[in-house]
Design a protein around this ligand. Structure first.
Ligand code: NAD
Length: 312
């Protein structure tokens, strides 16, 4: 039986549980939160929806870490989201404490599991999760690039008047304002977007993608995006659990790739049953490399904050 635990029954977590159940990606989905009653209530609601929709997956809501034991995969969504005006880096300390607490029970109860981290600031939180777990780093990966690429894909298809299903985009680097949209590796069904749209429009789409999260935070006033983030995390989970080996931009541990080491950052990854099966190195020009290095510097700054706060 495949068991997936979603940590955090907030907006992203509950939507992940819904998508996992509806697509029957796992037979059992454990939803855990520190708020009493919330994961249990959402689990009941989702199990009752199964009577209408006909899916076979069962959702279990709990506040007890022991109930997550033996999970094949965790999607870690616990932690505070941004408020308008906040930077993702403002969440380092509060969410870092939550990551460490959750890592301890993942390690104790599910030592063979794979972990997808969603909590922000993403690249720093996935780094902390991997350090605390001590697992093979291939088994710990962060979700950001699939979401950022989806945002870019929507903006491109919208500019072209539709066809979102054919838009495949690549956004690399950290999940912050320093992320690096790659129009040269983005296509509409194989045709480069640089051949389809004028440069100025591509530049505007790159900038809107970089601030795509803040755009939604400012509109919502409280909380941040969750439909596309959950869709992205679940696509990664599916590629791992079903060994689909999809090439998905994900935050992976770098060991010399792109000339970088000792950090997690968004790069194209093949995701399969071992987690990150392979990191694909794209040939970048000097400007692209400079942007990636700037993104890495921003991540290192947050990792330094973790050390200063005694969380690492
Ligand atoms: P939310 O506030 O709706 O939910 C967070 C939940 O975590 C709450 O229900 C809270 O009770 C729970 N929680 C807190 N500590 C916990 C613990 N120790 N164990 C279990 N649960 C705990 O927030 P959200 O909108 O669901 O976002 C969750 C996180 O995901 C935030 O950090 C947000 O910034 C991040 N996020 C990341 C991306 C990305 O691209 N990587 C996208 C969207 C959101």
């Amino acid at each position: 039986m495949t068991r997936v635990t979603v940590v955090g029954a907030g907006f992203v977590g509950m939507t992940c549980a819904q998508r996992l159940a509806e697509q029957e990606i796992a037979e059992e989905i454990v939803l855990i939160d520190v708020i009493e009653g919330r994961p249990q209530g959402i689990a009941l609601d989702l199990n009752q929806a199964a009577a209408v929709l006909g899916y076979q997956a069962k959702v279990v809501g709990t506040n007890d870490p022991a109930d997550t034991s033996g999970s094949d995969l965790f999607i870690m969504t616990a932690g505070l989201p941004r408020k308008p005006g906040m930077d993702r880096s403002d969440l380092v300390e509060v969410n870092g404490k939550i990551i460490n607490a959750v890592a301890d029970y993942i390690k104790a109860g599910s030592p063979e599991s794979k972990v997808i981290v969603v909590s922000n600031p993403l690249d720093t939180m996935v780094y902390l999760m991997a350090e605390r777990l001590g697992f093979d780093k291939k088994r710990v990966v962060g979700m950001a690039g699939v979401l950022d690429s989806a945002r870019m894909a929507f903006f491109i298809s919208d500019a072209l008047g539709g066809g979102v299903a054919d838009a495949r985009c690549m956004v690399l680097g950290g999940h912050g304002d320093s992320m690096v949209p790659m129009p040269q590796f983005s296509t509409m069904d194989g045709v480069s977007v640089t051949a389809l749209l004028p440069d100025a429009q591509v530049d505007a789409i790159n900038a809107r993608t970089q601030h795509g999260g803040a755009e939604i935070v400012n509109l919502l006033k409280t909380g941040s995006a969750y439909y596309a983030p959950a869709a992205a995390a679940v696509a990664m989970a599916k590629s791992i659990l079903r060994n689909e080996r999809r090439l998905l931009p994900s935050a992976a541990s770098l060991d010399g790739q792109y000339g970088l080491s000792g950090i997690y950052m968004g790069v194209p990854c093949v995701l399969g049953s071992n987690g990150v099966e392979r990191i694909v190195e794209l040939e970048l020009d000097d400007a692209g490399m400079a942007k990636l290095n700037a993104s890495a510097d921003a991540i290192r700054k947050d990792i330094e904050t973790l050390r200063e706060k005694g969380l690492l």
